[in-house]
Write a protein that binds this ligand. Sequence first.
Ligand code: SAM
Ligand code: SF4
Length: 338
Amino acid sequence: MIQDHNDNLDTPVLTDPFGRNINYLRLSVTDRCNLRCTYCMAEDMTFLPRQQILSLEEMTTIATAFTELGTTKIRLTGGEPLARQGIVTLVENLGQLPGLRELVMTTNGLLLPQYARALKDGGIRRLNISIDTLKADRYRSMTRVGELHQALAGIEAAQNAGFDNIKLNAVVLAGVNDDEVVQLARFAVDQGMDLSYIEEMPLGDIDSHKRVETQVFSERIRETLSEHFDLIASTETTGGPARYHRVEGTGSKIGFISPMSNNFCASCNRVRLTVEGKLLLCLGNDHAKDLKALVRRYPGEMERLKDGIREAIGRKPEMHHFDPDRVDIVRFMNATGG
Ligand code: SAM
Ligand code: SF4
């Protein structure tokens, strides 16, 4: 069961060589998606064949090993997590893991009218919904195939399902949607939701734009917003990389996720499991461990799996070095698990 407090003092912790406590797993449940956002994917993508991806049972086994090693937060992501068959069963199974305090999801929201209630009942308390624009034609061009009204219907379904918190995520690109940062904030505030702006990262070789030309740093967005809202810096954290500001006079928070302009590696508490079963130790480096090979070669051998995880965490790099002008990391965000 999801616990409010991890009161078991015997719970082990995973600590990396730099003394960071690794208690947050981001689990990519599929590399597929019903959208093709220009900053995330190339237009023509090849997805992994079924036998190469983790089954839901394998994901549950690996997640169980992590929680037994002290992981208290799991985020389901992708690709589009709601596009994975059996996602509700996975949520229900993970929702039962002892020691897990938070089960959360990042989604583009399109399928929420169908799934929101079941996700909430399965144990998801907080949702992040990605929406980069409130203009229908722009939504279509940024996602290549998406319909804004479906994303808005998804947000509404999430609100009706009664999650503890809904946060919107927007990647801001110069010359594409940077003229909308105030409208996006206004929308979030009016709806009583939080909103985080994300700096674009150079993950994957995309064909739609040169990332160096579209880069917008968080500080510029914050300056623009402060002409319209009273932003009060807050030390509040949701256990992720966002730095928050409270919007005075409202219940909303504005977050900034700034991997390019403000390296947050010193407080990194997370690792990612790709849908292929590779444990990625850092978003901006290729250090990884093949956990799929371990679970397939030694089924049921939980201690061996946990040893593998411990060994990998012992190799977690200190920090990432992103350069928007170069694609050092060829894997796309959908394959990484955003
Ligand atoms: N499909 C879901 C969604 O869009 O919310 C979950 C996966 S998506 C990869 C997770 C987050 O990563 C989204 O908020 C998306 O906007 C963001 N993202 C994708 N590619 C990115 C990039 N190159 N740089 C920064 N953020 C990116
Ligand atoms: Fe799909 Fe999310 Fe990537 Fe957009 S950002 S293409 S919704 S995985």
